[in-house]
Design a protein around this ligand. Structure first.
Ligand SMILES: Cc1ncc(C[n+]2csc(CCOP(=O)(O)OP(=O)(O)O)c2C)c(N)n1
Length: 388
């Protein structure tokens, strides 16, 4: 099928290294802009500013001992926001641990995200958002996404009669979208998930946030494949590379992929999107990137920062001015401050809830572990758990 934005064929029928671009590093147009209203464009900018500020505050919270280990996303906002805004509420996001902006755009509140990194069981998911819990084991979310998309194709994966995933009824044309890193493409789960998605024509989109590094392993040591997008050929699906630091290019590609997945006339088809980008910060707050990468590399990528790039485009096309930017800045700061306050005011959970939600039905082994923990707490008190 062809879409309205220069045609999907033009986006998918291209060499894997023919990267889709819309804005260059200076914010000048170098490709077809997506068909979006001024308000939608400014909303993408606002979301990226929110994500950047959230990220800065989250790193600080960890440094202050107010939060556990946290994986920063600065530099990666465009691919997350530009893709997630395309999804409808009924669609699903199946994220890795670094997709704070994508899951927030899709309905998870900032305080729910913070609570997860504070080690609180109420964090990382929201009753009203079609967002799976973050997958920390690399690539395991990819076959989950294929399964979810298959369930969607078969007519729904929730419902009162025992859907396993949360009991929200799901329309038959819901799309499942996985987010994962470049390192995940070397895992068996990537192969199995994409292979099955291709064979069974499921409505899925696989977004690979290629940030150049899997902790200390550079992209060149990850695979001899010249691109990650090119791996799609092995599964008989489209693979497309996009400038992942260009939110408008990401939006275009994602929109075409979602429309193809949802296509009511033709069979739905999955897509692999390789969004090329860079993480400015550490892998997590427990990592020191200066040990394995050169500062000059970081400086070069900072010149491609998605936020000033879009800001310049919006200013030069009369969609944004100083006053609006100041408003956005104030709004973003207030929103993050309120989320931190809400998360920190949330009562600490009963330690025994640790055993809830491991399986749908609690096992005898879990009951035994719970009883052991209760005995230890009675005998030594909860403070004993905090001592070295
Ligand atoms: C199955 C598995 N193996 C190893 C790890 C340890 N580990 C945590 S993050 C990471 C790197 C992942 O890199 P990538 O997929 O590129 O995602 P990024 O962190 O860059 O977003 C590894 C190897 C893990 N979490 N799970």
């Amino acid at each position: 099928m062809t879409g309205g934005e220069g045609g999907h064929d033009a986006l998918f029928d291209r060499a894997p290294d023919d990267r889709v671009r819309v804005l260059d590093e200076s914010g000048a147009l170098v490709g077809t802009p997506p068909d979006m209203s001024d308000a939608e464009l400014v909303e993408i900018y606002r979301h990226m500013r929110l994500a950047r500020h959230f990220d800065e505050r989250a790193v600080t919270l960890q440094r202050q001992g107010r939060m556990g280990t946290y994986p920063p996303m600065a530099g990666q906002e465009a691919a997350q926001v530009g893709s997630a805004v395309v999804l409808d509420d009924e669609d699903w996001i199946v994220p890795s641990y670094r997709e704070h902006a994508a899951v927030h755009v899709h309905g998870l509140s900032l305080s729910e995200i913070l609570l997860y990194w504070m080690g609180h069981g109420a964090g990382g998911w929201g009753a009203d958002a079609n967002v799976f819990p973050a997958a920390v084991p690399i690539a395991t979310q990819i076959p989950h996404t294929t399964g979810l998309a298959m369930a969607s194709k078969l007519g729904g994966c929730g419902g009162e009669d025992g859907g396993v995933s949360g009991n929200r009824p799901q329309a038959g044309d819901a799309v499942a979208c996985a987010y994962f890193g470049d390192g995940a493409t070397s895992e068996g789960d990537f192969h199995e998930g994409l292979n099955m998605a291709g064979v069974f024509d499921v409505p899925a989109v696989f977004v690979c946030n290629n940030n150049g590094w899997a902790i200390s392993v550079p992209r060149e040591r990850q695979t001899a494949s010249p691109t990650l997008a090119g791996k799609a050929a092995a599964y008989g699906i489209d693979g497309v590379q996009v400038d992942g630091m260009d939110p408008l290019a990401t939006y275009r590609v994602m929109r075409a992929a979602v429309e193809k997945a949802r296509d009511p006339d033709e069979r739905p088809r999955p897509t692999l999107i390789e969004a090329v980008q860079y993480r400015f910060g550490a892998h997590t707050t427990a990592d020191d990137p200066t040990v394995y990468r050169d500062e000059s590399e970081v400086a070069a990528w900072r010149k491609r920062d998605p936020i000033p790039r879009l800001e310049r485009f919006l200013r030069e096309t009369g969609r944004l001015d100083d006053d609006r930017i100041d408003e956005i800045e104030a709004d973003v700061r207030a929103q993050v401050a309120a989320a931190i306050e809400r998360a920190e005011a949330t009562a600490r959970p009963d330690p025994e809830t640790l055993f809830d939600d491991v399986y749908a039905v609690r096992t005898a082994e879990l009951d035994r572990q719970r009883a052991t923990m209760r005995r230890l707490r009675d005998r030594y008190g909860d403070d004993a758990f905090l001592r070295d």
